[in-house]
Design a protein around this ligand. Structure first.
Ligand code: TXA
Ligand code: MG
Length: 312
């Protein structure tokens, strides 16, 4: 039976928190993408979550918190990390910190790592649910592992409806791309995943951002598996025109099957990316994608497109 899709009334939030306390899986909207929430402290619920997504267990989850106190009970924040918190939480920034001694987030959720990823989402429904539940919730994007992240409740219902207990419908996600992940344990901030917070914003608060993904010898975020965010259709990137039989996902002025942003606005393109990929994937076997500039949010967009285009 497919999970009910409920508007986020007070009753629905109370019901969702009860389901989570009972070890259930609840899809919730965040400002980035829809997350599939489970009680971070309940190893059995977390195991169900990995199973529902088909996610490899070496890939750790992000724990979502309602406030800084909840975050500091789970992780150790150095001074620079707290400056980022001050500047960007609640918002699309995930910080990897050292796990706190008395943290309750289960080992399984951390994939056994000595670090922990934490984020305070900026969405009224996610925030009410976290407050009502009263503890950290792990919430990976609510899609089967390796596929396109959901930016609407309908996407979650189509992909995961049969495997979960409830979907809270908060409408389309405002930013549409996952959070930016920063390792905040070192002397310099390290970008583990580009996302919907522009890296230039990080640099403004804590200069010296390093990009370990550009260095194959440096440790990376375990989730940066090569093929990810993938449609069924074959993607061809940096295409200035479509070939015969290809759909064309445009950017900027010109003819296109769908256009990420006719005004070449990267923020608008980020919001549209996953939804448009899904739509074209349903109608075409081959999708050509226009070149996207690599600055600002373009770095995150190109990261997702590159992974989506990988064939193995
Ligand atoms: O915007 C988001 O971050 C969304 C919404 C729902 O909050 N969540 C999300 O979760 O994108 P997920 O599971 O799809 O991606 C989490 C990423 C993975 O790439 C994982 O490897 C990385 O976070 N991660 C988690 N814990 C980590 C850790 N301790 N060290 C390094 N990377 C970590
Ligand atoms: Mg994901």
């Amino acid at each position: 039976m497919s999970a009910p899709v409920l508007p986020p009334t007070n009753d629905a939030i109370t019901h969702a928190a009860d389901l989570l306390r009972a070890g259930g899986l609840v899809a919730m909207p965040t400002e980035t993408v829809y997350g599939l929430a489970a009680n971070a402290a309940d190893a059995e619920a977390v195991a169900r979550l990995y199973a529902a997504k088909g996610r490899p267990r070496f890939n750790p989850l992000i724990a979502h918190v309602a406030n800084l106190e909840m975050a500091e009970a789970q992780g150790v924040f150095r001074a620079r990390a707290l400056e980022l918190v001050e500047a960007f939480w609640p918002g699309p920034l995930t910080l990897v910190v050292e796990v706190a001694e008395h943290a309750t987030v289960s080992d399984l959720a951390r994939a056994g790592l000595p670090s922990l990823a934490l984020r305070m989402p900026d969405h009224p429904v996610a925030r009410s649910l976290l407050a009502e539940f009263g503890g950290p919730l792990v919430a990976p994007s609510a899609n089967p592992s390796g596929r396109i992240s959901p930016t609407r409740a309908e996407h979650v219902a189509a992909d995961m409806g049969d495997l979960i207990d409830l979907i809270l419908d908060g409408g389309p996600c405002a930013s549409g791309l996952e959070s930016t992940i920063i390792d905040a344990r070192g002397d310099r901030p390290a970008l583990l995943r580009p996302g919907s917070l522009d890296p230039a914003e990080i640099d403004r608060i804590w200069p010296g951002l390093i990009r370990p993904e550009a260095n194959p010898d440096a440790p990376q975020s375990p989730g940066q598996l090569l093929r990810h965010y993938a449609p069924q259709a074959k993607l061809r990137l940096n295409a200035t025109t479509p070939d015969e039989g290809e759909a064309y996902l445009g950017f900027g002025a010109g003819e296109a099957t769908l256009n990420l942003s006719t005004s070449a606005d990267l923020t608008e393109a980020a919001t549209n990316l996953f939804g448009m990929l899904r739509e074209l994937d349903q109608r075409y076997d081959r999708i050509a994608v226009a070149p996207i500039p690599d600055h600002g949010l373009g770095e995150a967009i190109n990261d997702r497109l590159t992974r989506a285009a990988k064939t193995a």
